[in-house]
Design a protein around this ligand. Structure first.
Ligand code: ATP
Length: 598
């Protein structure tokens, strides 16, 4: 396939916002392709070279890309920088500069396979001289590129393709291209993706053998499964009602979710909620799991929390989060912050997939599969069938250091639903009992300059929720409280990779922050209540025309959700649900809109 055809499709996608229209552009792009090209096109369209969990990164910073553009187009580097500040996008600037280039394009036209191979070379260049090697490869690619191809090449290497394609739109398009778009086929494709976390692999199976090819995609030790997620209910009575009067309650541990893959030979791989490989940060768990799991190969899931070795008490989330991202001094950190993994599910037991079994059966298998130790234990569980019993268990969970309870359905059909949020699991946090809203994970999309003590730093941040249907980030609060000095000082660095000279097009807000950021960093906030606002844009018009939802008196909890990407932040729909619960269960607020910018 010619790379020009891919660039032309991206150009069309960029000018399209409806999911249906995007689906047909992608389906048209996918249909004629053989397995090899198809997998590459699918990865590239996700902004990836390999499935996300492999963590392959191009390692191209803005400055490096600017240098390559300058060299490839014979432009002074400062001019490239100025122009890209003006357009707000180095891709567009490259398109312009390549368009105005005097020399003819060098070499043969680009192909998808050729570009992909070069991008792989860029990604694998490591160590001394690697920066130069990356620039050289990029310059060679740009020398052969048309203006449009150059635009998307540069955007790709910078990780900002901006064509707005989400995974589920790719799933839709694959169904349309290879399975005549039926609902049943789509469900199977999505299911295969949820189990394998690898759309390229799913696409390859489809191209080679049609929908039947998906049968070959099952659980594989070493390949993460997309996690099952929970819904919320505002009271324990409603939790019970939703569960049909009887449910298994478990402690909701406040730590890091870990999916552990234990191979037959005892090799262990650990994945985070975002499916990043995190085994290197938890060598103690990697050493312990082969002893604790009786019958490998197995895939189990649990929550990793820090434990006080003297009292065996569960420590707050902040403790275990100190283990995340640690690369050095691991021995000392392991001793200082010992952890325990509380297992709550099993997907593969003794090499047999059990994810489709009902939850009571899975729990039995989990109990049989684990030999508990200090480091690996089972999540505490009790089956309850009345509110009094549930309340007692909640109090016990909170007293033991949990943040609430997780209710698990015991009904027929209570399979592990990879990648789905549903009422088979319901989370109920202590906060609800205190009449506050649950915490909200908001994406930073802007920042306001600080004054007084905060002069020279950011004083407040504009946060947004995500609307997956519209692929938009909608603002819901401006938060300045809850940040200590160290955190405030750290924020500019944490946000720098997402800086955007212009308002990012996927962001919707009525406020004008001093600095804009592309959605990237996720912060956890709590607030007094949700209200309607003329300046915020969360779930716009859902309650009243011309208003969006806003969080009153927002406060940063101190927790940066590094384990969540921007599209995993709280959704506009969840915010709307929280608003509705609040209206149903508390006296509605005076209806006063928050101050603009509140
Ligand atoms: P939150 O911010 O509430 O943790 P989330 O969006 O990260 O939400 P949810 O699926 O909404 O994830 O909440 C469930 C999370 O709670 C799980 O991802 C898991 O990390 C954690 N957890 C703690 N204890 C349990 C348990 N016993 N069973 C399942 N999940 C648990």
């Amino acid at each position: 396939m010619r790379f020009a055809d891919l660039a032309a499709a991206y150009e069309r996608l960029e000018g399209t916002s409806g999911r249906l229209a995007m689906r047909s552009i992608l389906a048209e792009l996918f249909r004629p392709l053989g397995a090899g090209d198809l997998a590459k096109v699918v990865y590239l369209s996700q902004g990836l070279l390999r499935p996300e969990y492999e963590g392959v990164e191009l390692g191209v910073a803005d400055s490096l890309a600017r240098r390559a553009v300058a060299l490839a187009t014979g432009t002074e580097e400062p001019r490239v920088a100025t122009r890209s500040r003006e357009t707000g996008d180095l891709g567009t600037t490259t398109q312009e500069l390549v368009g105005g280039r005097s020399e003819a394009r060098a070499g043969a036209p680009l192909t998808v396979a050729g570009v992909y191979a070069d991008l792989e070379r860029i990604a694998s260049a490591k160590g001394e001289g690697s920066q130069e090697a990356k620039v050289r490869t990029l310059v060679e690619l740009l020398a052969r590129a048309s203006p449009l191809e150059a635009k998307f090449l540069v955007r790709f290497v910078l990780g900002t393709l901006r064509v707005g394609v989400r995974e589920m739109t790719i799933v839709d398009a694959l169904a349309e291209a290879f399975a005549s778009g039926t609902k049943e086929a789509r469900t199977r494709i999505e299911g295969a993706y949820n189990l394998s976390s690898d759309l390229g692999r799913v696409a390859t199976a489809l191209a080679e053998h049609g929908v039947a090819g998906l049968d070959t995609i099952g659980l594989t030790v070493g390949r993460p499964v997309r996690p099952m997620l929970a819904e919320r209910e505002p009271t324990l009575a409603e939790v019970l009602e939703r569960m049909g009067g009887r449910t298994a309650l478990e402690y909701k541990y406040d730590g890091l979710r870990v999916q552990a893959h234990v191979a037959a030979d005892g090799t262990v791989r650990l994945f985070s909620r975002r499916l990043e490989e995190i085994g290197a940060q938890f060598p103690d768990l990697v050493a312990e799991l082969p002893k604790a799991i009786v019958a490998p190969p197995a895939i189990v899931e649990g929550e990793c929390v820090s434990i006080d070795p003297d009292t065996d008490e569960i420590q707050p989330f902040q403790e275990v989060s100190r283990r995340r991202g640690r690369k050095h001094d691991l021995d000392r950190v392991q001793a200082e912050i010992p952890v325990c993994l509380f297992l709550f599910d099993i997907l593969l037991a003794g090499g047999r997939p059990v994810y489709a079994d009902d939850f009571p059966d899975r729990r039995r298998r989990l109990e049989a599969a684990v030999r508990p130790s200090d480091r690996v234990r089972l999540a505490t569980q009790r089956v309850v069938s009345d509110v009094a019993g549930a309340t007692e268990f909640l109090e016990e969970a909170v007293a033991a250091g949990g943040e609430g309870v997780m209710a698990k359905s015991l009904k027929t059909g209570s399979a592990y639903r990879a990648g789905a949020r549903g009422y088979w699991w319901i989370k109920y946090k202590r906060d609800y009992t205190e009449g506050l809203t649950d915490s909200i994970d908001g994406v930073v999309v802007g920042a306001f300059a600080g004054r007084g003590r905060r002069a020279g730093l950011f004083g407040a941040f504009l946060l947004a929720v995500y609307d997956p249907k519209r692929a938009r980030f909608e603002s819901f609060c401006k938060v300045g409280s809850g940040f200590d000095d160290a955190r405030l000082a750290e924020m500019p660095k944490r946000l720098a990779p997402f800086a955007s000279p212009v308002p990012p097009e996927e962001v919707e807000t009525g406020l004008a922050p001093d600095r804009w950021f592309r959605p990237g960093l996720v912060l956890e906030v709590q607030g007094a209540e949700l209200t309607l606002s003329p300046v915020h844009r969360a779930a716009p018009g859902a309650i009243r025309p011309g208003t969006g939802l806003a969080l009153r008196f927002p406060r940063f909890t101190g927790r940066i959700r590094d384990d969540k990407g921007p599209t995993e932040a709280t959704t506009a729909h969840e915010l709307l649900e929280l608003y509705r619960h609040q209206v149903r269960h508390a006296a509605p607020s005076s209806g006063a809109d928050p101050e603009p910018g509140d």
